[in-house]
Every structure is written in C-alpha cells, then in structure tokens.
Write a protein that binds this ligand. Structure first.
Ligand code: BV8
Ligand code: ZN
Length: 240
C-alpha cells in the first residue's frame, strides 16, 4: 500500500469532522458513465447540451429520452466498494458531511444519511407549472410526462447548467467545508462551479485536502494528497 494512502488513512482515523465531495467518477464502477472523458458522450450529444433549460424548452422529448436512459441505467446500478467505504466512514465518524454532484442516489442507497445532493435527484420530477416535486421510481416516464395536479410539463428535479443551486444546500456545504479537519474530493474533474470551489474553501480554512481521482484536475495544485486510481479500489484501503 503506498505511503500516501497509509498516511491519509491515519489522518482520517483521527479526524472528528470530515467533508467528502463526490462526482460522477465514484459511480463509474457501478456502470454509470461519467460526463466527460471517452465514455461521457451520449449518441454524439454532449450531456452538458442536454442538461440545460434551453434544451428542455427546445426539445423536451429528447431531454426526457436522455434522462429516461440514465434512470434505466441507474435503476440497475448498485453501490460499489467506493460508496460502501464512505458509508463506513460516516458510521465511524458521525460528523462526516457527504456532498455530491451526482444525482443517482447511490450514496443514500449505500447507507450514508447526511448527504447534500447539490445537483438534485434524478428520481424526482418537478412540475414546470405548480412546482410540485414528486418521487417517481418508474425508470421510463415517457417523452412528455405531465403534472396530475395542473397538467403542466414535468422536468427532472436536477440543477441544469445555468441554473442556481439550492441556496440552503449550498450554505450547508460551504459551512461544512469551512469547519472540517479533512476534505476528500473523489471522482470529480473539478470543472463545474460552484461545487469545484468547495475544496479551496476547505483548504483556506485550514483543512487537509485530499483528491482521489483517475487523473489530475485543476484542484490538484493545492491538494495535500493526490491519489490517482479507482475510487472503488482506493477508498476501501482508506476506510477498511
Ligand atoms: C450556476 C445535474 C449560477 C444534471 C449538473 C458559462 C455559461 C453558463 C454557466 C457557466 C459558464 N461558465 C461557468 C458556468 C457555471 C457552470 C459551470 O461550472 N460550467 C462549467 C462546465 C464550466 N455551472 C452552473 O451552471 C451551475 N450553476 O453556476 O448558477 C449561474 C446562474 C446563471 C448563469 C450562470 C451561473 C450549475 C452546475 C450544475 C449542472 N448540473 N448535473 C444531471 O446530472 O443530469 S453538472 C454535471 O457535471 C454532473 O452533476 C456532474 O456530477 C458534474 C461534474 O462532473 P463530474 O462529476 O466531475 O464528472 P466528470 O465526468 O466531469 O468527471 C469524472 C471524473 O472522475 C474524471 O476526472 C475521471 O477521471 C474520474 N473517474 C472516472 N472513473 C473513476 C474516476 N475517479 C475515480 N475512480 C473511478 N473509477
Ligand atoms: Zn403542476
């Protein structure tokens, strides 16, 4: 086991207040494609061109096809050893705040209870008319699901590019990042804001910051640890 993993494992064992930020990379070993990188494209669409309000207004059926495809994929996915290690971390250190950019719900399925889903939840719809939010577990909702109450079009209850994140969630995330002793950032390319800036917030507040990812990112420059590799292989070594 490399000495960075050994040292970080020791620091994690001592810490009382831990923050974890995850991105699509932690769900890759559960079979869910990431956004960027070779497997990221979907039928020559760039997901970022589908995850916008403009795309939904222009072609709601195509956006629903994208989300129905992802919901079907996620419905078949299970938490992997990386998710399970983070559930053990929260069980061992109750003041562990897990903030995720992912909308797949796998952290809650793995057993984490304090989860900030900064970009929303793919299993919920929101009405574009009356704003009603509903959990809908049927993977394929068809090309034009409508609200039972007011008849308006339903959209996925996720945060699209150009949309603001939930203020309360974001406030909790920055508060946790400002007071934690250690922050782990796992499986994220650290290009999407404001999520990517939370690691810098933790660093400036004096936390030890560690990046676990397949590749280096813009945040690698200020990390105390950069551990390159698969989350599903590294996290179980950090949290046995
Ligand atoms: C906002 C939900 C204020 C939907 C997502 C210009 C115009 C307009 C906006 C902007 C602009 N410039 C900047 C912005 C702001 C924009 C932004 O940051 N854009 C970036 C791309 C430049 N941000 C926003 O718009 C945010 N809102 O700023 O509001 C505002 C208001 C009005 C106007 C302007 C600003 C909203 C951002 C949220 C967007 N929604 N998702 C859905 O999921 O369907 S973001 C989407 O990207 C996902 O949530 C995803 O999680 C997220 C980040 O991607 P990653 O998770 O990092 O995934 P990625 O594929 O990139 O990387 C995976 C990494 O894992 C890789 O590094 C890979 O090496 C690694 N990996 C792979 N396998 C493994 C692994 N690591 C370990 N183990 C493995 N096995
Ligand atoms: Zn409605």
């Amino acid at each position: 086991m490399n000495e960075s993993i050994l040292a970080l494992r020791e620091e994690l064992a001592q810490a009382q207040r831990i923050c974890v930020m995850t991105g699509a990379g932690i769900s890759a070993e559960s079979g869910i494609p990431t956004f960027r990188g070779s497997s990221g494209l979907w039928r020559n669409h760039n997901p970022a061109e589908l995850a916008t309000r403009e795309a939904f207004t222009r072609n709601p059926a195509l956006v629903w096809e994208f989300y129905n495809w992802r919901r079907t994929l996620i419905a078949a996915a299970r938490p992997n050893p990386g998710h399970e290690a983070l559930a053990r971390l929260e069980a061992r250190t109750p003041q562990t705040t897990l903030m995720t950019q992912n909308v797949d719900g796998l952290h809650r399925l793995a057993g984490n209870t304090s989860v900030l889903q900064l970009h929303g939840n793919i299993w919920e719809t929101r009405c574009t008319g009356c704003g009603r939010v509903q959990e809908q577990r049927t993977p394929d909702l068809g090309s034009n699901p409508r609200c039972e109450k007011c008849g308006a079009a339903l959209r996925p209850n996720v945060v699209w590019f150009g949309e603001s994140l939930n203020e309360e969630l974001l406030g909790k995330a920055f508060a946790a990042a400002s007071t934690c002793e250690i922050m782990l950032t796992i499986g994220t390319s650290a290009v999407v804001q404001p999520a990517a800036s939370l690691a810098g917030t933790a660093k400036r507040a004096g936390a030890v910051v560690a990046e676990i990812n397949l590749e280096r990112t813009p945040n690698s420059l200020f990390m105390d640890y950069v551990i390159l590799g698969k989350a599903g292989e590294i996290l179980p070594q950090l949290v046995p």
